[in-house]
Design a protein around this ligand. Structure first.
Ligand code: ADP
Ligand code: 5GP
Length: 208
C-alpha cells in the first residue's frame, strides 16, 4: 500500500544502506583491499559461513563461521543464506539476516564472495554494486596466491583454473572492474565508484 512515509521526499524515512559486492580470483587481494578500504569507508563486513578449515590466524566468527557440512546444509535448507556456492571443494554462503538488517538500518554492507555468489546477489538484489578485482597479470595473481603460503599446491591449481574462467566472464557480468596493482590505488578506485552519484544509496528502492 502507498503510505505517505514511503514517498522519496519524506525526510523521516532513513536511506537504506548499499550492498557492495567485492569479487575476484583467489589471491588477487580481496581481503587485503577490503581491510584497507575499511579505514576509508564505513561498512558492515558480512561474515560468511564456510565448510573449509580455518587457516592459521583465522578465528571462528571473525573471518568466517567455520561449519561442518551438516551445519552448513541446515542453514541452506532453512533458507538462511542470501546466496551460496561451492568453490574449490568447499561450500561458502552469506547469512541473510545480518545483511538485510544492516542495509535496512542504513549501513553499507560489504560482501567478499566468489563470482557465482556475486551473480546470485545481483539477480535477487539488482541495486547491489558489484566490483570485480582483477590482477595486473595472471603471472602476478599466481605469485600472490603462492606467496601467501597458506594454500596447498593442489588447491592453488584448482583456484588458478577457476580464476581463468572468472577473468573471462568478469567484464560482462560485473558493474565495475578494479585493477589491484597497488592496494592504495585499488582503494582509491573503489572510493571513487562508491562516491559516484549513480551508485549513491537510493531511498526509493523497494524493501527486500
Ligand atoms: P584474496 O582475499 O583475494 O584471496 P589476499 O588479500 O589474501 O587475496 O591477498 C593474496 C596475497 O597477495 C597476500 O599475500 C597479500 O598480501 C598480497 N597482495 C594483496 N594485494 C596486493 C597488491 N596490490 N600488491 C602485491 N601484493 C598484494
Ligand atoms: P577463501 O577460501 O580463500 O577464504 O575464499 C575462497 C573464495 O570464496 C573467495 O573468492 C571468497 O570471496 C569466496 N567466498 C567467501 N565467502 C563467500 C560466500 O559467502 N559466498 C560465496 N559465494 N563465496 C564466498
Amino acid at each position: 500500500a502507498n503510505v505517505p512515509h514511503s514517498s522519496k521526499s519524506s525526510p523521516d524515512r532513513a536511506a537504506r544502506g548499499r550492498l557492495i559486492v567485492v569479487s575476484g580470483p583467489s589471491g588477487v587481494g580481496k581481503s587485503t583491499v577490503v581491510s584497507a578500504l575499511a579505514e576509508r569507508h564505513a561498512f558492515f563486513f558480512s561474515i560468511s559461513a564456510t565448510t573449509r578449515a580455518a587457516r592459521p590466524g583465522e578465528t571462528n566468527g571473525v573471518e568466517y563461521f567455520f561449519l561442518n557440512p551438516d551445519a552448513f546444509e541446515r542453514m541452506r535448507e532453512r533458507g538462511e543464506l542470501l546466496e551460496w556456492a561451492e568453490y574449490s571443494t568447499h561450500l561458502y554462503g552469506t547469512p541473510r539476516t545480518p545483511v538485510l538488517e544492516r542495509v535496512a538500518a542504513g549501513d553499507d554492507v560489504l560482501l567478499d564472495i566468489e563470482v557465482m555468489g556475486a551473480m546470485q546477489v545481483k539477480g535477487s538484489y539488482p541495486e547491489a554494486i558489484t566490483l570485480f578485482l582483477t590482477p595486473p597479470t595472471v603471472a602476478e595473481l599466481e605469485r600472490r596466491l603462492r606467496n601467501r603460503g597458506d594454500t596447498s599446491p593442489a588447491d592453488i591449481d584448482r583456484r588458478l583454473a577457476i580464476a581463468q574462467w572468472q577473468l573471462e566472464v568478469a567484464e560482462e557480468r560485473f558493474d565495475h572492474i578494479v585493477v589491484n596493482d597497488s592496494v592504495e590505488a585499488a582503494v582509491e578506485r573503489i572510493l571513487r565508484i562508491l562516491e559516484a552519484p549513480s551508485t549513491k544509496a537510493d531511498d526509493d528502492s523497494p524493501p527486500h
